[in-house]
Every structure is written in structure tokens, then in C-alpha cells.
Design a protein around this ligand. Structure first.
Ligand SMILES: [Zn+2]
Length: 294
């Protein structure tokens, strides 16, 4: 039986949660989300207009209990980046089997990454690209690359190729609102479904041999972005990119998958050999975010 710790119950996160909660092997969910359901959420969400003004975490918990009365769902009304709640989050993370990240801002992703690495638990991340042209599913294992490794690697790859729209797990209020084009519900659901599938796959095999530090030179180079690839996440891939539209200069065609094997970076300020002690992690995180230009 599995305990899932999920952060984010937006239009993508709610779909991921809905799918995971239908698995009999999942018996407990802790859901961190502080957001309130608003009128602009209605047409892409599971919940009716009559729910406007209520907390998304509580709406999601009620939704899941509607078909899984045996499932223990605990809404945690909090911001994952809130320093005053980290002890409580760490206690939940220590008890969970896997983490699920469905938030659309960088600070929250880094905060969840830190939480899961300290707890030594695997986790997954889904990201819908702006406009819903495709999306990412990443998975992280203890000892493997951290979110900072993956994000900085992909940013370098993308810069060398083409500018792609920024990730947006769906919603106005994404990290870069002025460049964020809302994705439609179909695109959000496809990526959320892949995210749920990858999470269930990891629950079956939680530690698919992380790439050891120092071996990245021996690994085959990841395909050039967007590159060629096929299939789902294999045992050693960290990231899956799935196209949902043909976009000149970005995706050659719709409905193609690209797999990336992203190594842990020895120079990563968060998890590499240059990493600072945990007590100074906030400083390192700030520096890493500055480097990423977020
Ligand atoms: Zn790292």
C-alpha cells in the first residue's frame, strides 16, 4: 500500500490525483495546496461553479472520497515554500512512499525537490508547456539528479536550439504570466495522465538505478532538443517530453515522445560536490534560482 505526498491541485494536479486515487494500491494521500477555487478555474477543473471560493485542497479531497471512501486523504492548507511549515512537511515526507509535484512555479518545485531529497524519497514532476503544445514528465530518485540539475541542463539545451514556451501546469498565474498562454483541458489531461502513469511505474520500481556522479561522460548524450526518441520513460531516463502539436522550430510533429537521460551535475550548487551544508541551503537555492534567471 502506498502513501502519496502531492503538492498542487490545480487543473493538472487534480487530474493526476484523480487517476492515482483510483489505484487500489494507493491508500493514503497528503495534499499540500493553499489555493482557492476561482471563477476562471471552472472550465478546466473537475469541480462545479458552485465550489467557487472554497479551498482547492478540500474540493480535491472530497472528489477523491466520492469514489474511494477507504482512501485516507489529508488536505494540508499551506504553501510548500513557507519556511514556518517545513518541519511539518518533512514529517509527512518521511512517511510517504513517493512525491508528486504538480505546481507551476520554480520556487515551489525547488522547495519540493529539497523536501524529497532530504527525506530520501522518489518523486515525479509534470509540466505542461505554455499553449498546451506538449509537456514534460520528470522523475527523481534519491542520489540522482535534483530538479536544479534537470532544469539547468534543459535550459542550456533549449537555449542551444530554440526558445520554447515556458512550462505552465495550466493556469493564469504561472511563473511568467506575460508569456504564458493557457493550455486547454485536453492538453493538460494528456500530460497529467502521463505524469500519473510515470508515478505508478515508479511506485512499482522506486529506485531505477540512479546515474552515479562522475559517470556522465560515459553516458550517451541526450538527443538534441527536441531530438528523436520514442516510447515512455525507460529505466534510466529522467525526463519525457511529449509533443501535442506541430510547432515550427520546436516540434517537428504532434504526438511524439522524446526521452532524456539527464545526469547529476557535479557543479550543481544544490546536490553536487559544490553543494553547501543543509543549513545554508536557502542561500544555495537563491543562487541557483538567480543562475536560472527565475
Ligand atoms: Zn543538482
Amino acid at each position: 500500500m502506498a502513501h502519496i505526498l502531492q503538492v498542487g491541485a490545480g487543473s493538472g494536479g487534480a487530474v493526476v490525483l484523480d487517476l492515482l486515487a483510483r489505484e487500489p494500491s494507493v491508500n493514503r494521500v497528503s495534499l499540500i495546496e493553499f489555493d482557492v477555487y476561482e471563477s476562471h478555474n471552472v472550465y478546466r477543473h473537475l469541480f462545479p461553479a458552485s465550489s467557487i471560493g472554497r479551498l482547492k485542497a478540500e474540493l480535491a479531497a472530497e472528489w477523491v472520497r466520492g469514489f474511494r471512501s477507504d482512501l485516507v486523504v489529508k488536505p494540508v492548507i499551506a504553501d510548500i515554500t513557507d519556511p514556518s511549515r517545513q518541519t511539518e512537511f518533512a514529517q509527512i515526507a518521511a512517511k510517504c512512499d513517493i512525491g508528486v509535484c504538480a505546481v507551476d512555479n520554480e520556487q515551489a518545485k525547488h522547495a519540493f525537490d529539497s523536501l524529497m531529497r532530504v527525506a530520501g524519497k522518489p518523486w515525479t514532476l509534470g509540466e505542461v508547456l505554455s499553449g498546451g503544445i506538449g509537456g514534460w514528465v520528470h522523475r527523481f530518485v534519491p542520489g540522482g539528479p535534483c530538479y536544479g540539475c534537470v532544469a539547468s541542463h534543459l535550459q542550456r539545451e533549449v537555449k542551444e536550439q530554440q526558445d520554447t514556451p515556458p512550462p505552465d501546469y495550466s493556469n493564469p498565474g504561472g511563473a511568467i504570466p506575460e508569456t504564458t498562454v493557457s493550455a486547454n483541458k485536453a492538453s493538460i489531461s494528456v500530460i497529467a495522465s502521463l505524469h500519473a502513469s510515470a508515478t505508478l511505474e515508479m511506485l512499482k520500481d522506486p529506485s531505477p538505478s540512479p546515474l552515479p556522479q562522475g559517470e556522465m561522460g560515459l553516458n550517451p548524450a541526450p538527443p538534441s532538443f527536441p531530438g528523436k526518441g520514442d516510447g515512455g520513460l525507460g529505466s534510466s531516463e529522467t525526463s519525457l517530453l511529449f509533443s501535442l502539436a506541430k510547432v515550427p522550430g520546436v516540434f517537428d510533429e504532434a504526438f511524439r515522445s522524446y526521452r532524456f537521460r539527464i545526469p547529476r551535475s557535479p557543479s550543481c550548487l544544490i546536490c553536487g560536490s559544490a553543494a553547501v551544508p543543509q543549513g545554508d541551503l536557502d542561500v544555495a537555492l537563491g543562487e541557483a534560482l538567480d543562475r536560472l534567471g527565475t
